[in-house]
Design a protein around this ligand. Structure first.
Ligand SMILES: Cc1ncc(C[n+]2csc(CCOP(=O)(O)OP(=O)(O)O)c2C)c(N)n1
Ligand code: SF4
Ligand SMILES: [Mg+2]
Length: 299
């Protein structure tokens, strides 16, 4: 894998469990993320899905772009619904069926965090994926606690851009000491597939944080989704790593040369207003957390 001595190539399964004809915008990272996740999990999967872009992307009932059942649940309940579905399957002896809670950043970092924390504390046997497009996109690009510092959204207009850092959801989930927490992105499909296949075989709560560009909300070109997903890792804005049992940190991609964050920011209209000084603040913040992560990974 380009630039890395750490990441291993993982085969991408050929089976498609997501059909053409879905309703996502061109270049939607969330759509691609679902496609890869279902390739890894297979069609013996049931999804609990709160309100988010994906409740639209799938298509209007009775149509569906997915080859697996979807349970549309209330916004706050992705994790508790998944835990309930899991319990029902276990009673029926259907242990081979995977239960996937699939929620956006709003449904995870903010509104669903109570149900998620409860499920993690009980160590429910579910896979929870947060596809993170860093705002409430389905309702018109409002700020969430996953929105990064400096970003424009409709509720953080340019003059009042978001002035708080992105919530560290990975650290919060690791603090529950669940067996598996991982970050990944659509720009690194081998990494994404490997982590989902690994999660499949672990008992207990698995939390996967997928960085998923949203060209509509980020004001970037739809054909730059993959480039941005690679740059976010190469700049260490969103490093790829895993945490097992809340303690064992593993870095999955070490850039040969860490690229400057300005390269990443300049590709997205939501950061267009930032001055050099503000970009410098972001760079310092990224450098600080990168150093801390390397220490945790013994690098
Ligand atoms: C309890 C509740 N509050 C608010 C809403 C309205 N709502 C539907 S989708 C959505 C945004 C979801 O954001 P996110 O979870 O980040 O997913 P995205 O749309 O970005 O994919 C909101 C606020 C709702 N359906 N239910
Ligand atoms: S608004 Fe963003 S996340 Fe939603 S479908 Fe369009 S590109 Fe995907
Ligand atoms: Mg979102």
């Amino acid at each position: 894998m380009e630039g890395s001595k750490i990441m291993k190539i993982y085969e991408i399964p050929e089976q498609e469990n997501m059909r053409p004809g879905h309703l996502a915008c061109p270049g939607c990272g969330a759509a691609l993320a679902m496609r890869y996740v279902l390739k890894a999990l297979g069609d013996k999967t049931i999804i609990s899905l709160p309100a988010c872009c994906w409740s639209v992307i799938d298509g209007p009932f009775p149509y569906s772009s997915l080859r697996v059942p979807l349970f549309h649940c209330a916004f706050e309940t992705a994790a508790s619904t998944a835990a309930g579905v899991r319990a029902g399957l276990d009673v029926k002896g259907k242990e081979e069926v995977h239960v996937l809670a699939w929620a956006g950043d709003g449904g995870t970092f903010d509104i669903g965090i109570q149900a998620l924390s409860g499920a993690a504390e009980r160590n429910e046997n579910i896979i929870y994926v947060c596809y993170d497009n860093e705002a409430y996109m389905n309702t018109g690009i409002q700020r969430s606690s996953a929105t990064p510092f400096g970003a424009w959204t409709t509720t953080t207009p340019v003059k009042h851009y978001k002035n708080r850092p992105k919530k560290d959801i990975v650290a919060i989930m690791a603090a529950h000491r669940i067996p598996y927490v991982a970050t990944t992105t659509v720009g690194f499909p081998n990494d994404l597939i490997r982590k989902m296949i690994k999660a499949k075989d672990i008992k207990g709560t698995k939390f996967i944080h997928i960085y998923a560009p949203c060209p509509t909300g980020w004001k970037c070109k739809p054909d730059d989704t993959i480039k941005i997903s690679k740059l976010v890792v190469e700049t260490a804005v969103f490093p790829l790593y895993e945490i097992e049992d809340g303690e064992k940190y593993t870095l999955n991609f070490m850039p040969k040369i860490k690229k400057p964050v300005s390269e990443y920011l300049k590709m997205q209209g939501r950061f267009r207003h930032l001055t050099e000084k503000e970009i410098e603040i972001i760079q310092k913040d990224v450098d600080f957390y990168w150093k801390k992560l390397l220490e945790k990974c013994n690098k």
